[in-house]
Design a protein around this ligand. Sequence first.
Ligand SMILES: *[C@@H]1O[C@H](CO)[C@@H](O)[C@H](O)[C@H]1NC(C)=O
Ligand SMILES: *[C@@H]1O[C@H](CO)[C@@H](O)[C@H](O)[C@H]1NC(C)=O
Ligand SMILES: *[C@@H]1O[C@H](CO)[C@@H](O)[C@H](O)[C@H]1NC(C)=O
Ligand SMILES: *[C@@H]1O[C@H](CO)[C@@H](O)[C@H](O)[C@H]1NC(C)=O
Ligand SMILES: *[C@@H]1O[C@H](CO)[C@@H](O)[C@H](O)[C@H]1NC(C)=O
Ligand SMILES: *[C@@H]1O[C@H](CO)[C@@H](O)[C@H](O)[C@H]1NC(C)=O
Ligand SMILES: *[C@@H]1O[C@H](CO)[C@@H](O)[C@H](O)[C@H]1NC(C)=O
Ligand SMILES: CC(=O)N[C@H]1CO[C@H](CO)[C@@H](O)[C@@H]1O
Length: 432
Amino acid sequence: MRLVISAVCVVVLFSYAAAYDPLDPNGNITIKWDVVSWTPDGYVAVVTMSNFQMFRHIMNPGWSLGWTWAKKEVIWSMVGAQTTEQGDCSKFKGNVPHCCKKTPTVVDLLPGVPYNQQFSNCCKGGVVAAWGQDPSSAVSSFQVSVGLAGTSNKTVKLPKNFTLLGPGPGYTCGPAKVVPSTVFLTPDKRRKTQAQMTWNVTCTYSQFLARKNPSCCVSLSSFYNETITPCPSCACGCQNKRNCVKSDSKRINMVGIHTPKRDNEPLLQCTHHMCPIRVHWHVKLNYKDYWRVKIAVTNFNYRMNYSLWTLAVQHPNLNNVTQVFSFHYKPLLPYESINDTGMFYGMKYFNDLLMEAGPTGNVQSEILLQKDKDTFTFKQGWAFPRKVYFNGEECMLPPPDTYPILPNSAHVNLFNFAAFIFTTMLVMLAIW
Ligand SMILES: *[C@@H]1O[C@H](CO)[C@@H](O)[C@H](O)[C@H]1NC(C)=O
Ligand SMILES: *[C@@H]1O[C@H](CO)[C@@H](O)[C@H](O)[C@H]1NC(C)=O
Ligand SMILES: *[C@@H]1O[C@H](CO)[C@@H](O)[C@H](O)[C@H]1NC(C)=O
Ligand SMILES: *[C@@H]1O[C@H](CO)[C@@H](O)[C@H](O)[C@H]1NC(C)=O
Ligand SMILES: *[C@@H]1O[C@H](CO)[C@@H](O)[C@H](O)[C@H]1NC(C)=O
Ligand SMILES: *[C@@H]1O[C@H](CO)[C@@H](O)[C@H](O)[C@H]1NC(C)=O
Ligand SMILES: *[C@@H]1O[C@H](CO)[C@@H](O)[C@H](O)[C@H]1NC(C)=O
Ligand SMILES: CC(=O)N[C@H]1CO[C@H](CO)[C@@H](O)[C@@H]1O
């Protein structure tokens, strides 16, 4: 009996922990429905999706949003988005609705649609930036005209069972909740208008729900030891190993081989880690008051150009970043008092696009950090990152006992490092 209870506890703890991201504890996507007017048989609503996640964006092929109608609602029309299926509208004569499905699935329109089909923040093929990178592109919205629905805030029924895919699984959405009506400012900012009614839905991401294996890994090196600690073998799972392409294979020159697949199935270069992305952290130089790190991100996927990529890193010395070359840097303060996490992202038109695998499939940067006299050391692997995320997916680090170590300080340090990891975990648990 006790065993069962503790097993349940572990499962509950684990599934809860899975939806919680220590580097972005408040990260979520909020979907807001503003009923802007009531109609004879329903309402017109503006639906706004805001990606409040600091470093996780929604990339190609974009989001798709689903829900279940509470009654027999239909969608008369949409602006700035469309449903993937119309469903059975056979009982309508004359005016036929845009969608009659009980569980519609909505997707964004592609760029370049005619002006009269556009809506503000629409038509980006469902691509939504991360909040930490560009709040003005972290929003997507469309207008929906709903029929056979309630026609007042007393009779309207909120849609249920929201699902958000973007582009794969991983998001879980809570129920719609009525919130204070949104107040809009007119474009000339001289008049305020108000939604008739507003409800919000909040969705959170869990890597654990999204994929079985990590999708990136970390390798390490330093100036003080010639060992290069590679990514762990099969860090991203080796089940696709027989489909991988050797970098000197003639296959990569074949026409069409780089065309992305609908399901984003990668075509990987053969490596021992089998990850689409590798992040390399090199401790490059030691000055009196500063030290210098080189970061390189390499793409091993022949079928993916990563636009708007982000790299989030946790390291205790990031509170004293002095200069970042070739990338943008932004400190993230997941907990107000701890400034040990930051995000890197590319510079527009320079390296914000991480090209497909091959000679140009990498981006790199160097960072200059001021030594914090109390904590700085090259011992015990201290100079290496604690956590690394690429595009919001946590990367697998090598085991600490394989890190390049400072010569002549072997055993004591290993022990201390284990103790350090243990205390960090305790502290994190306490905060959590
Ligand atoms: C969603 O994120 C925003 C911005 O970080 C935050 O203010 C809000 O409380 C979050 N909502 C939930 C339900 O966590
Ligand atoms: C509802 O969502 C919007 C973002 O679309 C957010 O600004 C607002 O704070 C949310 N309201 C509540 C009560 O969560
Ligand atoms: C519904 O609308 C009436 C006015 O039309 C307003 O007084 C009331 O507060 C609204 N109720 C809700 C839940 O929004
Ligand atoms: C919610 O949606 C999912 C996916 O569309 C579906 O499998 C599930 O049965 C739905 N649940 C309810 C209660 O409608
Ligand atoms: C990546 O971008 C380059 C240049 O725009 C293009 O030639 C190539 O086909 C793209 N690759 C993929 C996988 O989309
Ligand atoms: C956090 O660290 C950055 C340097 O990476 C610094 O610019 C910023 O002022 C720090 N913020 C706080 C609140 O300590
Ligand atoms: C370099 O680091 C490796 C891996 O931790 C270690 O085995 C090796 O002894 C180190 N080299 C020197 C010269 O200390
Ligand atoms: C040497 C140095 O500049 N240390 C600073 C590192 O950052 C912390 C917190 O941001 C400061 O308190 C230190 O003075």
